[in-house]
Write a protein that binds this ligand. Structure first.
Ligand code: F6P
Length: 477
């Protein structure tokens, strides 16, 4: 039986160091949550980094590894130095800002490319150890951009897909990376390269054409005796699961409690990984401007901003936390009354039911990234709103904006636009809220995560690699 081999930096579960020793948790973030719905241990194997496995006690390590294997995973363990070079430095201090068009966030000194290559090769080797003829190999995200070509060199006939979960920027931005040819060549090892939007796919095509001097006007590209296709496959969420959560009695009760504790105040909710791409400081400034201009009453409005800790070892993430805390304090200092604090800021991750109760309680959901590959929070919010109410204010620079046209779209760089749009959302009549939400729900329901995975994988299965010959040669096809 042919299987799906998922390869991603994160596994569906991650080991975290805790005071009472290491513990295994479900990994947060769109990629891990989304692919969990696709991964079926037995039919698929998931290769990835298991997190901070403590040095020392060999028995404890072996126990953790076995537990992780129990989730249908093959862990690729990394040393602290490898995590530093691969994940913190190259992936998150270089690739992440460039792919999000934030060249200002690249540190002046950046070393670690050798380590990045070395870890990429470890992932490729893990694929080769797992692979059986006929398997589909699906590599995910920017951390593993070199892996498709490394696997191709070792398994020339494998069907390899790659999906990028973040934006692909315009060519002139991508060109700032010193190792740009190596990265594009790495991706071209795949038979199919998927992006969230047609715009990102077009940016990649233009970049590949010019960096690799490819002939021909449009993809598929002829490359090293193969055809490499590219395409847009907008990722969805597990709509059924979020719908169930939105309908669950406990979640509805939690949402009702949230309303009760907030009195008659209107709730504006933001939930993000704390990342400089998410536009949280500008969002806070927009809320301040809304109060300043008298567009909403700070005594009757409350914003709940949940910022999930992320990549805390990276300087830019420590800086964004500081800025966010300072702004929150300043705005609350200006607009709090004895019985209301307008901005409630939580710096921690929440359980899925708590997230769902916030989605359900929100009068307005604010999703205003400066740049975001897709943004699945926007889709989770819609999927959870089984009551057909609530307004989504969405950045035009999130990939999701291409699909979620009935949201109120904003330019997140314009605090004036966001302030006025949040005020409009707060005042929106119920029939308009329902009309918009109904349409959003239809689209999010039809294009769920299963639809995304099926459409990518069926396209990949058509790949013209020599896998059929390989299978036939073994007499198993
Ligand atoms: O592609 C972006 C992404 O991988 C998302 O899937 C996820 O939300 C986030 O980054 C997770 O970041 P990290 O793995 O660094 O915690």
């Amino acid at each position: 039986m042919s299987r799906l081999i998922i390869v991603a930096n994160r596994l569906p579960v991650t080991v975290r160091a805790g005071e009472a020793g290491p513990r295994i948790e479900y990994s947060p973030g769109g990629l891990a949550v989304g692919l969990r719905g696709v991964h079926r241990p037995g039919e698929s194997v998931w290769i990835g980094w298991p997190g901070e496995i403590p040095e020392g006690d060999a028995n404890a390590r072996a126990k953790l590894m076995n537990e992780i294997r129990g989730f249908g995973c093959k862990p690729v363990t990394l040393t602290a130095d490898q995590v530093h070079d691969f994940y913190e430095t190259v992936a998150n201090e270089l690739l992440w800002p460039v792919l999000h068009s934030r060249l200002d966030k690249i540190p002046l000194r950046l070393k670690g490319w050798e380590g990045f290559r070395e870890v990429s090769a470890l992932f490729a080797r893990a694929v080769v150890e797992t692979y059986r003829p006929g398997d589909l190999v699906w590599v995910h995200d920017y951390h593993l951009a070199l892996v498709p070509q490394m696997v191709r060199e070792l398994l020339p006939n494998a069907r390899i897909g790659f999906f990028l979960h973040v934006p692909f920027p315009p060519e002139e931005v991508f060109r700032c990376i010193a190792e740009r040819e190596e990265l594009v060549t790495g991706l071209m090892g795949a038979d199919l390269i998927g992006f969230h939007t047609p715009g990102y796919a077009a940016n990649f095509q233009a970049t590949a054409r010019s960096l690799l001097r490819l002939e021909g006007g449009s993809a598929p590209f002829a490359w090293q005796g193969r055809r490499v296709r590219t395409g847009a496959f907008p990722m969805g969420v597990d709509t059924a699961v979020w719908t169930q959560r939105g309908a669950a009695a406990e979640v509805r009760e939690m949402a009702a409690t949230l309303h009760a504790t907030n009195g008659c105040r209107r709730l504006v909710v933001g939930i993000d990984r704390l990342d400089y791409t998410k536009g949280i400081p500008r969002r806070l400034l927009a809320i301040e401007e809304m109060f300043e201009r008298g567009l909403a009453d700070p005594g009757e409005t409350r914003m709940i901003q949940v910022s999930v800790p992320s990549r805390e070892a990276v300087d830019a993430y420590q800086e964004i936390r500081r800025v966010t805390d300072e702004l929150t304090g300043r705005i609350n200092g200006l607009y709090s009354t004895v019985d209301n604090v307008p901005i409630h800021s939580l710096y921690r991750s929440l359980a899925a039911d708590e997230v769902a109760s916030l989605y359900l309680a929100a009068d307005v959901m604010l999703v205003t990234p400066l740049r975001d590959g897709m943004n699945l929070v926007a889709k989770e919010f819609v999927a959870t709103r089984v009551d057909g109410d609530g307004v989504l204010v969405l950045s035009e620079f999130a990939g999701a904006a291409a699909e979620l046209r009935e949201a109120l779209l904003v330019n997140p760089y314009s605090t004036a636009d966001v302030a006025a749009t949040v005020a409009r959302a707060l005042a929106m009549p119920v029939h308009e809220r329902r009309w918009r939400m109904e349409r959003l729900r239809m689209r999010v329901g039809a294009n769920d995560v299963k639809h995304w995975a099926d459409s990518f994988l069926s396209e990949l299965a058509r790949a013209e690699a020599g896998y059929q010959q390989e299978v036939a040669a073994l007499g198993t096809g």
